[in-house]
Design a protein around this ligand. Structure first.
Ligand SMILES: [Zn+2]
Length: 456
């Protein structure tokens, strides 16, 4: 029975019945009764939630699948299900649709997968001295296309870049909390918030967003792919805001004058301290012949980002992951939080079992928490940097447990078994927590606190 056949029987236009059929309108009881009479079924039959048959169930499921934006993103034309289409064909299509849904939601990895993916990525970065020549080239070509001639990149040039990729920029107030930007590929719009999100300025986020487009990224296959894309897009963003052709001569000159400084680099290119320090590691080995390390950690010492090709040994778990581990209390990234002026640059020499390092550390304040950004080199390379004359010098024997990973014996004796800390929830990027009975809790800190207050 077609819609017009049924419409004729109940005295309604087929278009009205179509609205009912698609769930856009609800019928009055009187219409329901006429429909039941016309179809020769009891009214309850029409109100039942279960599909009347397996066939009807499959047809409904296929109809719903075709309305899913994910399904529509495949760009297939609408499939009209005729009477002659066998059930197993519909079942086949539905199974493919389920697999599509499953595979597209994969980037949420288990902590183990995340740690492994991170470790593998770090291995690759280490191998190439954190320098990605092919991304430098894409960035240089892109800048060339909008007439970049040197120096820092102006705001006007950034807007030309957005146009160059055929996009339109929209500032909004209601961006979802879990994202930094949203790109509408259909209408070619990039949505951003005008305020700074922690260290991420709108222009940094914008360049990273364009990075996914410039580098032809596809929907990530798995977590490792997601991570690789994020690293590449961030690299592209830094290479756009701090072009290789401008940064390298600038740093070479500073090195010749023994005045290398991350603050100056951040100032000259108007980028965050974090971006300047990380960008330094991109070009340090390839162009300046310097090996270095970079870390980002919070006040509790939890490491969020780490890179090294200068032989520094980070704490790591059995999968080789460094993120989520706690940094030695003696390292510059920890001491900077206790420095008399915690927001100016802090310099320190650290004697480790693997040699002496010189580090500069700076706290980048952010919305949620402050992060210490550290750049370091081996002792002999400190001569190229401003701040080498510092008299701060400490000894770290980590990863040996007697350094700081265990509370001092005397303290532990007084408090072991007598402390019940309630852990602060970690909003860690990878939900990877440092190991311990109370994950994320620094026993030594807790014991010291107890000691102090017990005395008072
Ligand atoms: Zn230590």
């Amino acid at each position: 029975m077609t819609l017009s056949d049924l419409g004729a029987k109940v005295g309604r236009a087929p278009s009205q019945l179509s609205l009912l059929e698609n769930g856009r309108r609800e019928p009055k009881l009187s219409l329901l009764q006429s429909l039941a009479a016309a179809l020769e079924v009891p009214v309850e039959e029409l109100l039942r939630r279960q599909p009347p048959s397996r066939r009807a169930q499959l047809e409904i499921a296929l109809e719903e699948a075709q309305r899913d934006p994910l399904y529509q993103s495949l760009g297939l034309s609408y499939l009209k299900v005729g009477k002659r289409m066998p059930n197993d064909v519909i079942e086949h299509i539905l199974a493919l649709y389920e697999e599509l849904k499953r595979s597209r939601t994969k980037p949420t990895a288990s902590p183990e997968e995340a740690r492994k993916a991170n470790a593998e990525l770090r291995r690759q970065m280490h191998e190439r001295g954190n320098y990605f020549g092919e991304i430098e080239q894409v960035a240089a070509r892109t800048l060339g296309a909008v007439g970049y001639r040197g120096g820092a990149v102006s705001q006007g040039m950034l807007m030309s870049l957005v146009q160059h990729f055929g996009f339109d920029l929209r500032y909004v107030q209601d961006l979802p909390h879990s994202v930094r930007s949203v790109t509408d590929l259909r209408n070619r719009r990039i949505y951003l918030e005008r305020e700074q999100l922690g260290m991420h300025t709108p222009r940094t986020i914008l360049m990273q967003t364009l990075g996914h487009i410039a580098l032809d990224h596809d929907v990530p296959r798995d977590f490792a792919d997601f991570l690789r894309q994020r690293v590449e897009a961030n690299y592209f963003g830094a290479a756009m805001l701090m072009p290789e052709s401008a940064v390298v001569p600038y740093l070479q000159e500073a090195k010749a004058a023994r005045e290398l400084s991350v603050e100056d680099l951040a100032d000259v290119f108007s980028v965050s301290y974090e971006m300047a320090a990380h960008r330094f590691t991109n070009v340090a080995t390839h162009h300046l012949g310097l090996q270095s390390h970079f870390t980002k950690n919070d006040e509790s010492g939890t490491i969020y980002k780490a890179y090294a090709n200068d032989g520094l040994i980070f704490p790591q778990d059995s999968d080789g992951a460094i993120e989520g581990q706690r940094m030695c209390r003696q390292w510059a990234g920890r001491h900077v939080f206790a420095a008399p002026d915690r927001f100016s640059v802090y310099y320190q020499y650290t004697d480790t079992p693997n040699g002496t390092y010189w580090c500069l550390s700076h706290i980048d304040p952010s919305h949620e928490r402050d992060f210490a950004i550290t750049l370091g080199v081996r002792f002999e390379d400190s001569r190229w940097f401003r701040g080498r004359e510092t008299t701060n010098r400490v000894r770290s024997s980590c990863p040996d447990g007697d350094c700081c990973q265990r509370p001092p014996a005397e303290l532990a004796q007084r408090w072991e078994g007598m402390a019940w800390p309630s852990a602060r929830a970690h909003s860690h990027v990878l939900s990877v927590l440092p190991p311990g009975a109370f994950p994320g809790v620094d026993d030594a800190d807790v014991y010291e606190f107890l000691d102090r207050h017990a005395q008072g």
